[in-house]
Design a protein around this ligand. Structure first.
Ligand SMILES: Nc1ncnc2c1ncn2[C@@H]1O[C@H](COP(=O)(O)OP(=O)(O)OP(=O)(O)O)[C@@H](O)[C@H]1O
Length: 314
């Protein structure tokens, strides 16, 4: 099957000025180096990596904001920088940290304006707006100016704006950043539904392991600008097994907790961090039996840890 996104030896260098004002030197930074991958129609792919790994730079090349320094990229068969306007009608883009909505206008007006931006026929626009209003539950705040929306509401508005022209591909940069658990779940379920019902191909960056676990059948990990892993989640955990952590708040500071199936890795006053090696329920029961505990929480490894382990293990 033809790939929806195709990158071959993709690279991007930035030139940065360094040093004191009168003795500035220019240095080249390779943000992305020799990255190759293909994404098939209908895939949901997580593009992961630590801060500064090159994720946003790659996304910007895919959507045509940045020209590659080396290699080539095609999205729906188009070269993004050259065919930026045509490509814009086939892809939707949401950057979690920024909004494409008009800050001072009611959400409804922003969504109406996208019709002109993408030249969507009026009837199609109205039908999709009705659908998106329903599934994203936008009705209660359609009349609210964007600046007054909560982060979760704004994200739902941004998703609607990115999808009103029914793009084949959705590119998301940190779509759940800063959201509470309920909003995160709503966004994830919406994306799964969009993918299942419309076959929309989704490429997303995230630091949230919950996003990855719920959404991504495939993950690509980039670090230092290079693609370090491309495969399914089981494969990622196999190359970088990350233990879950038990955070225990004791009633008072104490010596490091010693129980079978866990290893105490950090102690700060009454709080201790235990890396789980065995069955969590058994470890929790043992800690509760042996120590005076004020609170216990189980923390899943975040994607940052999983990614760092790939390199630590090398
Ligand atoms: N406009 C720019 N000029 C110079 N260097 C840049 C520019 N944009 C990014 N870089 C550098 O390129 C590298 C990759 O940055 P990029 O923003 O792509 O990383 P990222 O994986 O998206 O990180 P984060 O998770 O923090 O958003 C970093 O070293 C960054 O400092």
């Amino acid at each position: 099957m033809a790939a929806v996104i195709e990158a071959e030896g993709l690279g991007k260098d930035y030139t940065v000025a360094e040093g004191p004002l009168l003795r500035r030197r220019r240095r080249r930074v390779s943000a992305v180096r020799d990255v190759s991958f293909r994404v098939a129609p209908g895939e949901i792919v997580g593009y992961l990596g630590p801060n500064g790994a090159g994720k946003s730079t790659t996304l910007k090349m895919l959507i045509g904001i940045l020209a590659p320094s080396t290699g080539r990229v095609r999205v729906t068969g188009l070269e993004p920088v050259r065919a930026r306007t045509r490509l814009a009608r086939r892809i939707g883009v949401v950057f979690g940290q920024r909004t494409t909505l008009w800050w001072d206008l009611p959400l409804r007006d922003s969504l109406a304006l996208t019709r002109h931006l993408y030249r969507v026929p009026r009837a199609d626009h109205a039908r999709r707006l009705a659908e998106l209003t329903e599934v994203l539950e936008l009705a209660p705040f359609l009349a609210t100016p964007v600046r007054q929306l909560s982060l979760g509401q704004r994200m739902r508005g941004d998703l609607a704006a990115a999808l009103l022209h029914a793009p084949q591909v959705l590119v998301l940069d940190e779509p759940t950043i800063g959201l509470d658990v309920v909003s995160k779940t709503a966004i994830r379920e919406f994306l799964l539904r969009l993918n299942a019902e419309r076959g929309t191909t989704i490429l997303l960056t995230t630091h949230d392991l919950g996003d990855v676990q719920r959404l991504c059948r495939r993950v690509m990990v980039i670090d230092g600008g290079r693609l370090a892993f491309d495969g399914d989640l089981t494969g990622l955990h196999a190359v970088a097994p990350s233990p879950r952590t038990l955070v225990v708040d004791l009633a008072a500071p104490a010596a490091p907790i010693a129980v079978p199936g866990a290893r105490t890795v950090r102690v700060e006053g009454p709080r201790q961090w235990l890396e789980l090696e065995g069955n969590p329920a058994r470890v929790i029961a043992q800690v509760a039996a042996d120590y005076e505990v004020a609170d216990i929480t189980l923390r899943e490894p975040d994607i940052e840890e999983v990614v760092h382990r790939i390199y630590a293990d090398r």
